[in-house]
Design a protein around this ligand. Structure first.
Ligand code: MG
Length: 309
């Protein structure tokens, strides 16, 4: 990556000096849901239409199939205890993978099945926040055909202590990627309702103030010009690193586009990882890419903090 190029010049303080985009692995159908797994020092992600989960180990450059027939997993994140929380389109639920043993966390709201959870984050209080657009029940290769049983597409907050699941964002047409600001006071939610339509829908990221367990003051944070913001991560200084059709765009906490990392395939999502947490891994259609940064995921500081009562 040439730091002097117009697109990346605004990222000179965020990318490592001389950072180059690298392709690490290829051969997937549609890659999504990357997460860094500290226990195995690997990147785990979903190959949704192939109905499998892949892992890449930077230490030896090996690509392996972690699991098959996984019921169309999508996004995933690390829970505070190191287990993996993941979205399953096929099972229409949020589930936990602990050392390969998969158990349900939540699959319904008010007695109605979820649509097809897409992305998930864990708050500092241990609550699980996830988006529930319809893609897994309307796109045949991404799940099983089905009905939207509660008749909408919400972002939910699930409290694992009380078992309560409650909508927290109801005004996003088709919520997809989500992440918290470093202090947890802002929730970012992308609306990808333009994804399956020609001439309609939204392709932006919205921001909400998190007030207790509620989301208030929703506003458009950034509009994605090329494609959609399928998934994104927030770094320790509050920059938003989001997927677009042509690469990864980075926004300031105020919503100013600072620069863009071109990627030769349509990008779905990103995660920070590597031994020191500064590598940005990029899932893009058939391949996994990486680029060296000088920052880390905001959640890495959240996880390092003592849990709140
Ligand atoms: Mg997504």
């Amino acid at each position: 990556m040439d730091a002097r190029s117009p697109e990346t010049s605004g990222l000179s303080g965020l990318l490592a000096t001389g950072a180059e985009l690298a392709v690490l692995a290829t051969g997937a159908t549609w890659s999504e849901g990357p997460a860094w797994i500290p226990a195995t020092q690997s990147v785990r992600w979903s190959d949704i239409p192939a109905n499998r989960i892949l892992e890449y180990s930077p230490a030896d450059g090996s690509l392996s199939v972690y699991a098959t027939e996984v019921e169309f997993t999508n996004g995933r994140t690390l829970d505070h205890d190191g287990s993996v929380i993941q979205c399953s389109h096929g099972r229409r639920r949020i589930e936990r993978d602990r050392d390969g043993v998969v158990t349900p966390i939540v699959d319904s709201y008010n007695g109605a099945r979820l649509n097809s959870p897409n992305d998930v984050v864990v708050a500092s209080d241990g609550s699980i926040w996830f988006s529930d657009p319809p893609y897994g029940i309307v796109v045949p290769i991404e799940g099983h055909p089905g009905e939207r049983e509660y008749g909408d597409n919400f972002v939910f907050r699930h409290d694992p202590h009380t078992g309560e699941t409650r909508p927290v964002v109801i005004d996003v047409e088709e919520p997809n990627g989500l992440a918290f600001s470093p202090d947890g006071s802002v929730l970012y939610v992308s609306d990808t309702s333009a994804a399956l339509r020609t001439g309609g829908g939204n392709h932006h990221i919205r921001a909400y103030d998190v007030v207790g367990t509620r989301c208030k003051n929703g506003r458009v944070f950034a509009v994605i010009d090329e494609g959609i913001s399928d998934g994104f991560r927030v770094d320790v200084d509050g920059h938003v690193w989001t997927s677009t059709a042509s690469g990864v765009s980075v926004y300031s906490p105020e919503g100013t586009r600072l620069g863009h990392i071109p990627v030769p395939e349509t990008v779905s999502n990103v995660c920070f990882g590597g031994p020191d947490g500064t590598t940005l891994f990029i899932t893009a259609t058939t391949s996994l890419y990486s680029i060296a940064t000088s920052t880390r995921d905001a959640a890495s500081t959240m996880l390092a903090r003592p849990q709140e009562a």
